[in-house]
Design a protein around this ligand. Structure first.
Ligand code: PEP
Length: 246
């Protein structure tokens, strides 16, 4: 039985004043029926982890460098994330793939770096609108999975997030049939490569998840929770999504 995961990605949003949202989320989710994770900007990681300590809310990073330390100005390593209190890190988000030219191979190297620091890697994949319109969505995701996941993936060290690029921040979502088809497809691909271990790997859907559509999406075949952007910024919204996952 896979325990669902509700993961929030604050992206480049949040100043110290927004830490009050974490206090509210902790208060709203004293004993959630799913795992709960918030990934704030790196500047808020340590104070957020301190405020969430002892609660059911874990904190994570949004990216990490492949190296543990060194001359890489502006970068943050997986070890630094863990040192600040993170237990997980989002890798290969489509915004990083687009804005920073992150290749599948770069994402795979970062995944290994996350494991070295003891972090759960949440690896993102997903097609563009043009790729879906061309009937290539399943192929694109297969290729991303093959290139972005290193050897050694287990149910304990990996979560995959399917995030169609055209659904992120747009208010649009694929049909339920398309979401289910993709998650079943990903499970098949992961089983072909990692064997029985894949049965325990959690597969998240991401892209315009809201309190109003979360329960329906999380009830679809092989969907084990969500990766949530905009609706994770307000504790009241995210608590509704946590409820839907539990
Ligand atoms: C995301 O950026 O991972 C995301 C899913 O964003 P949103 O929920 O705002 O579409």
């Amino acid at each position: 039985m896979r325990r669902k995961l509700a993961a929030g990605n604050w992206k480049m949003n949040g100043l110290a004043a927004q830490l009050a949202e974490i206090d509210a989320l902790v208060a709203a989710c004293p004993a959630p029926g799913c795992d709960v994770l918030i990934c704030p900007p790196a500047t808020l990681l340590a104070p957020m982890a301190a405020r969430a300590a002892g609660s059911a809310v874990a904190v994570g990073g949004q990216d990490c460098h492949r190296n543990a330390s060194g001359a890489h100005t502006g970068e943050v390593s997986a070890e630094m994330l863990a040192d600040a209190g993170a237990t997980a890190v989002i890798l290969g988000h489509s915004e990083r793939r687009a804005d920073h030219d992150e290749s599948d191979a770069a994402v795979a190297a970062k995944t290994e770096a996350a494991w070295r620091a003891g972090l759960l890697a949440i690896v993102c994949v997903g097609e563009t609108e043009a790729e879906r319109d061309a009937g290539q969505a399943l192929n694109v995701v297969s290729r991303q999975l093959a290139g972005s996941l290193p050897e050694g993936c287990t149910a304990a060290n990996l979560v995959v997030a399917y995030e169609p690029v055209w659904a992120i921040g747009t208010g649009r979502t694929p049909s339920n049939d398309d979401i289910a088809e993709m998650h079943v497809h990903m499970r098949k691909e992961l089983t072909a490569r990692f064997g029985e271990e894949a049965a325990g790997m959690r597969l998240l859907y991401g892209g315009s998840v809201k309190p109003g559509n979360a329960a329906e999406i999380f009830g679809l075949s092989d969907v084990d929770g969500g990766l949530v952007g905009g609706a994770s910024l307000k504790a009241a919204d995210f608590a509704g999504i946590v409820d839907a996952a539990g």
